[in-house]
Design a protein around this ligand. Structure first.
Ligand code: BES
Ligand code: ZN
Length: 552
């Protein structure tokens, strides 16, 4: 039953981390976390191997002669090998992080909404927890944790855990390392329901509370489909716009981009998605990043079911139609090996696996099974899957075994191992309107814009812009799509907004295609580099790495 994780140096078979005790001070002046972590082990063998990246290790159990930091690998970081004395069942590691830690972003006041205080947040998935905590950084290893965070007043520290009191946190349920999360900033809180609320900078708190008003109902809908929500509270934290993702399912406290605040709740699916991870991912976890589809495919499927429960079938189908369009688009240019659900990411950065394939192809497979076996039987199977594998990390093999127990003879091997979309792939149907209307939802605009010719003459772009105000829109999804078309068409009047957007927003999903499109012509590449010079200092290390590779 040993699963080898190609993205970790850890030796959990010999010595396994079961509980983590953090005590960290936050220094904005030095851009470092400094302090200690205690790791409790069971079993505890003669050797403990941990993952690290760019960490300075001062002492282990008070000594300097019982550990060795190996050579760093550009993707994996460096193994920390600790010699354990007989009977030693825990290690206390004194350490500090580097200002370049890949899993932390240190923001200056101008990069926040309030402009007065700095902000720090972590992003551990996939293998960045090791850049701020020395630990066994594999989704196959789960641990409970307690933490004490010393943050400078008046800033508030938040973690993805229960808040015991200010600066003290506790996570009594075992979680994989990629879900360890910390944020420190000037944030306030608004209650949204019995278990739900939102944290955000004071300047965005009202808008955030309005946008996320349905979140308690989402939790209830998910519970009635898949069983009790096991994490206690479900809160959201709105981050500054440089956050490289749309959302991150940190337990008890989803991290979210401010670009999800569209003003009309039309991007609520993102919250349904992160909430869905409370079952698919946080409760039942992929054992290695090769099985990432188990996390994201199930989550995208459940996202659809929550949206359907709250807003009806038509809205959910519309959203899925847009997602499937994005998958089809991506399949046209993705190498065949990356079109399979089960990946082999050995030797590669696991972030390379983050395409539409695990998300949307994964969700289509589950939808196919739902349609084939009918909702009553299928929903019962999914509920049983979460019960059977709760708090475990599993492989596609475990999924298959459980699938065959429920549906003997079911064969999904083409779905799992072949490139492209199988012939029996469901096609969500939604009749999009042909003529734009002021009251269209975000997804209708996206569908309509994407159906226009690749490039349009300047006069046509100007006419659309006059009519619908695309260049000035505050809706980030529509802005990103419009700016992409502006680059393709060489529509000059949008370039000032393009620059402003790329400097403000660091969400990789928006930033990557825009630089990619610019880089297609020599003049565009020059413009891209000019903008990037100004934008790069504000980007998260993950977004920087992506854009560096595009513009090198
Ligand atoms: N867990 C992912 C984000 C992630 C994946 C971070 C892999 C690092 C590595 C999160 O749940 C997610 O999928 N976010 C999406 C939004 C969602 C609505 C599809 C995103 O950020 O784009
Ligand atoms: Zn996800």
């Amino acid at each position: 039953m040993t699963v080898v994780d190609p993205h970790s140096y850890a030796n959990p078979e010999e010595s396994r981390v079961r509980h983590i005790e953090l005590d960290l001070a936050v220094s904005f002046a030095e851009r470092r976390l400094k302090g200690a972590v205690t790791l409790e082990l069971e079993p505890a063998g003669r050797r403990l191997v941990l993952d690290t990246r760019d960490l300075t290790i001062r002492r282990v159990n008070g000594r300097t002669d019982n550990f060795r930091l190996g050579e760093p690998d550009p993707i994996l970081g460096a193994p920390l090998e600790i010699r354990l004395e007989p009977g030693e069942r825990s290690v206390l590691i004194e350490y500090e992080t580097s200002p370049e830690a890949s899993g932390l972003q240190w923001l200056e006041p101008p990069q926040t909404a309030g402009k007065r205080h700095p902000f720090l947040y972590s992003q551990s998935q996939a293998i960045h927890a090791r850049s701020w905590i020395p630990l066994q950084d594999s989704p196959g290893v789960r641990a409970t944790f307690s933490a004490r965070i010393h943050a400078p007043a008046p800033l508030k520290a938040l973690m993805a855990a229960r808040r015991v009191r200010d600066g003290h946190f506790h996570m009594p349920l075992p979680v994989p390392s990629y879900l360890m999360a910390l944020a420190v900033g000037d944030v306030g809180f608004r209650t949204l329901g019995a278990r739900c609320g939102v944290w955000a900078e004071p300047a965005v708190l009202d808008a955030a509370a309005r946008e996320f008003a349905d979140v308690e109902k989402m939790v209830e809908a998910a519970e009635s489909l898949y069983g009790p929500y096991r994490w206690g509270r479900y809160d959201l934290l709105v981050l500054p716009p440089s956050f490289p993702f749309g959302g991150m399912e940190n337990p008890c406290l989803t991290f979210a981009t401010p670009t999800v605040i569209a003003g009309d709740r039309s991007l609520a699916a993102l919250i349904s998605h992160e909430l869905a991870h409370s079952w698919s991912g946080n409760l039942v976890t992929n054992a290695t990043w090769n099985d990432f589809w188990l996390n994201e495919g199930f989550t995208t499927y459940i996202e659809r079911r929550i949206q359907e429960a709250l807003y009806g079938r038509a809205r959910s189908e519309m959203e899925m139609a847009v997602e499937v369009g994005e998958l089809e688009e991506e399949l046209r240019r993705l190498p065949e090996d990356d079109q399979r659900l089960v990946l082999n990411l050995k030797g590669r950065d696991p972030d390379d696996g983050m395409t539409q394939v695990p998300y949307v192809k994964g969700a289509l497979l589950l939808r196919r099974l739902e349609e084939k076996h009918g909702r009553p039987k299928w929903d019962a199977w999914v509920r049983g899957y979460f019960e059977r594998f709760a708090f475990q990390s599993i492989t596609t093999g475990d999924f298959l075994e459980e699938l065959r127990r429920g549906f003997p003879g079911e064969d999904v091997s083409a779905w799992l191992h072949e490139p492209g979309l199988p012939k029996d792939a469901p096609r969500p149907r939604y009749e999009f309107g042909a003529e734009p209307r002021k009251d269209w939802a975000t997804q209708e605009w996206l569908h309509w814009l994407r159906a226009l010719p690749e490039t349009l003459p300047g006069a046509k772009m100007a006419e659309l812009d006059r009519q619908w105000g695309f260049t000035k829109t505050g809706n980030s999804e529509i802005a990103a799509q419009w700016l992409l078309m502006a680059v393709r068409s060489g529509y000059e009047p949008a370039y000032a907004r393009l620059e402003e957007f790329l400097i403000q927003v660091g969400r990789r999903k928006f930033v990557k295609p825009l630089y990619g499109e610019l880089a297609k012509t020599p003049e565009g590449l020059r413009r891209a580099r000019r903008i990037y010079e100004k934008a790069r200092p504000g980007y998260h290390p993950i977004t920087r790495a992506t854009v560096d590779a595009l513009l090198k």
